[in-house]
Design a protein around this ligand. Structure first.
Ligand code: SF4
Length: 545
């Protein structure tokens, strides 16, 4: 019989193994890439983060969020009926059926390698996003006449383009009015949870005869309607030209498919022009009159002010967060969590679940600041991400920190809605609402003119960033024209910038692995640095959600 080989045990450091078990391996020794099942991006086993953080992840993130998903369905859906409607909707709509099981895997991807307060702060942001999604999903399914929804609820509901700010419904919320952005969940959120789902809708738009070169976001949003995969949960629609004429094209196709009363609420294309803004304000008033006619509701000024004040509170807290992110090493939220949370609540509008999350995050952030906790201790570079991000790989921030110590402090989308809306008079309030619309997603800094696109430089300074991740949406007409201008400026200002090509929702154009390769090449050849975790340099996640 062969003698057992105990020679390896000679080098085994019991003390170190015990320490790793209790506290988790230090960054640099983790080899997170070894955890993946090839191609799938799934884990062979869960990441061991030390006793405390593993227990926190298992109980307070994994179990808690599964429990809360059921709770949200019951509360927002009006009891067991909401669960039944949810099951029917999951069966009926492809985007729902393909993404509900992948939600917690999305958490895993975006929270990989996080520890301590950064893990907690980031996870609460995801909890807020999921709660907001379920609020909308139950809103859709409870009203959807395709699956036996309630026509009375549907009669009080307006459908909108996802870039129409949810505040448009504020004056009517006390009368049971509901606002449902028709693309936010079926398109935007699903790209994050399962990047395969959207491809079907892009292909549907092209199979319909549309050319393949325009923005894939607009193609996908049209494709959902072409495939008849949108709940029939609203009686009328408000569209807009945000962010560009690609969206106008989408709205035209959607209009054919929806065949409902529709109000097109144009937003200014001539930026920073007060006379044009006045016209925009008139269009917003017309959208309100349209809503009143279609839903049978009245304009309640006090209700509008109530919600705007609450929204302003959220924005003030956001500025406090930016202050901590800019001036300390104690900001407990990772790049992907802060970006998605901010864009979601600013666009969807004020609701109670955001305030609940903000309260919890405030507590965590105050603890970090008071105890001077370094939340991302392996930060080598402070990164600002600019332009429109790849929706199929928003978790690149988490990967870049784990692999290279690139810590994404802030991104362009988060900075766009920074406006405290005045409520002292109706006129001031209306003008600020018009401006808020003007500053909506992709508009101010992507197609809002050179002055706004170049706000990058002042934000780099403000947030103490030494590197730019320059998103390059290959099919975005707005940003295509400015590549050369940015390159000139980067050279003249001696700024390290990595260009990240992508096609927004379409992972086939630039796969995730290619994005990682571009960053790896820059870090090796230009920065002359070595990775913190070499196991993450190259792995195949092509089939991953
Ligand atoms: S990514 Fe560019 S092309 Fe696409 S909708 Fe936004 S601004 Fe328009």
């Amino acid at each position: 019989m062969k003698k057992p080989d105990f020679s390896k045990l000679k080098d085994f450091d019991v003390k170190k193994a015990a320490k790793d078990f209790v506290y988790g391996k230090p960054h640099g020794e983790r080899r997170l890439g070894d955890l993946y099942v090839p191609k799938t991006g799934l884990y062979k086993h869960r990441e061991w983060r030390g006793i405390k953080d593993t227990m926190y992840y298992f109980n307070n993130i994994w179990l808690y969020n599964y429990g809360m998903i059921v709770r949200d369905l019951m509360v927002y859906g009006g009891g067991p009926k909401g669960v039944v409607q949810f099951l029917k909707g999951t069966w009926r709509y492809r985007w729902m059926g393909q993404t509900y099981l992948t939600v917690l895997h999305w958490f895993d991807r975006c929270l990989e390698g996080m520890r301590g307060e950064a893990l907690k702060g980031s996870a609460w942001h995801f909890r807020g996003i999921v709660s907001a999604c379920l609020y909308q999903i139950t809103g859709f399914f409870n009203r959807d006449i395709n699956i036996g929804g309630d026509p009375a609820l549907r009669a009080k509901t307006i459908g909108t383009d996802e870039t129409v700010w949810g505040g448009i419904i504020y004056p009517y919320m006390d009368q049971g009015a509901m606002y449902l952005p028709t693309q936010m969940i079926p398109y935007f959120v699903t790209c994050h949870c399962n990047n395969h789902t959207v491809l079907n809708y892009i292909d549907a738009a092209q199979a319909y005869g549309l050319p393949g070169d325009p923005c894939p976001m607009c193609q996908a949003e049209a494709g959902i309607f072409i495939e008849d995969d949108v709940p029939d949960s609203y009686v009328a629609v408000i569209t807009t030209n945000e962010a560009c004429d690609g969206s106008v094209g989408t709205s035209v196709i959607q209009d054919w498919m929806m065949n409902k009363p529709l109000f097109a609420m144009p937003q200014v294309m001539q930026f920073d022009d007060d006379t044009v803004l006045e016209n925009c304000a008139k269009e917003i008033e017309m959208a309100w009159r349209f809503t009143e006619e279609q839903l049978g509701v009245e304009f309640h000024w006090d209700e509008l002010v109530k919600h705007i004040k609450l929204q302003n509170q959220q924005n003030l807290f956001e500025r406090e967060k930016w202050d901590v992110a800019a001036n300390t090493h104690s900001y407990p939220i990772n790049g992907v969590a802060q970006a998605l949370y901010r864009i979601f609540y600013s666009q969807y509008g004020e609701r109670p679940f955001w305030h609940d999350v903000d309260k919890r995050v405030r507590k965590i952030m105050e603890k970090c600041v008071n105890e001077d906790i370094n939340t991302f201790p392996m930060t080598r570079h402070r990164v600002i991400a600019w332009s429109c991000a790849p929706l199929y790989y928003s978790a690149w921030c988490t990967w870049a920190y784990n692999c290279w110590g690139l810590n994404t402090i802030i991104n362009m989308d988060s900075l766009m809605f920074d406006l405290e809306i005045r409520t002292d008079t109706y006129e001031n309030c209306l003008m600020d609402i018009a401006k808020y619309h003007e500053w909506a997603p992709m508009r101010r800094m992507a197609v809002g003119g050179l002055q706004h696109i170049f706000e990058l430089w002042e934000n780099m300074e403000k947030f103490n960033c030494d590197m730019v991740m320059m998103y390059d949406q290959l099919q975005c007409k707005g940003m295509q024209g400015v590549v050369g201008l940015f390159e000139d400026e980067f050279r003249a200002r001696n700024i390290h910038a990595i260009w990240m090509p992508h096609a927004l929702p379409d992972k086939r154009t630039v796969p995730r692995s290619q994005i990682r390769q571009i960053i790896n090449d820059y870090m090796f050849t230009v920065m002359g640095e070595e990775p913190l975790d070499p196991s993450l340099l190259d792995f195949d996640d092509s089939d991953s959600w």
